[in-house]
Design a protein around this ligand. Structure first.
Ligand code: ZN
Length: 189
């Protein structure tokens, strides 16, 4: 089972990779009887286990389980992924720069021409703009997440999921690397 320590380590990795800065981004994982999720305002470079919040199956913080923050304001987006995908064990939201750059273009889908991505993630949809931290966000991904393990959030960032924390992370790496290659390729046109 995923531990708070696993999530803390992944937060630091995302920061070191430049996929998040400051208190951007959030991570969650399905555990026995509920979830772990990063706390609101947590700085990924300095986060510790006291900033990982334990939630029950309904997504409510577990009483008596100490954490010094409330859950991330994007909690509804994470819970929506778990509602739509029984196979999801982990969800990552980040502002990785190349993927986020794509989120600023008015494109509905980033069509995948790279073989490796075609057979792993497929085309990467861009969810319509939704104001961060509101109910608009889960609504914007509801249908897309049923069929995609990676989604770009319009004018915002990127969301990935996986059967494990590692898989969610690899999907994030894949989207970001793919976005970077697309950037170079389009620059050569
Ligand atoms: Zn964000």
């Amino acid at each position: 089972m995923v531990t708070k320590r696993d999530i803390v380590q992944l937060c630091k990795k995302l920061y070191e990779k430049g996929f998040v800065v400051a208190n951007d981004g959030n991570i969650s994982a399905r555990i026995h009887g509920g979830f772990y999720i990063t706390g609101t305002g947590s700085y990924f470079s300095e986060i510790d286990e006291s900033q990982i919040v334990k939630l029950d199956e309904d997504g409510k913080p577990v009483l008596g389980e100490y954490s010094r923050t409330d859950p991330t304001s994007e909690i509804a987006m994470h819970l929506e992924v778990y509602r739509q995908r029984d196979d999801a064990t982990a969800v990552i939201h980040a502002h990785a720069p190349y993927s986020t750059a794509f989120s600023l273009l008015e494109e509905n889908t980033i069509t995948c021409l790279l073989t490796e991505i075609k057979y792993t993630l497929g085309d990467i949809p861009v969810a319509p703009f939704a104001k961060p931290g509101t109910e608009e966000v889960p609504e914007s991904i509801r249908d897309l997440v049923k069929e995609h393990d990676a989604i770009i959030l319009s004018n915002h960032g990127v969301l990935t999921l996986g059967k494990s924390l590692d898989e969610a992370y690899w999907n994030l790496e894949r989207v970001e690397h793919f976005s970077k290659i697309c950037y170079f390729s389009r620059s050569m046109e």
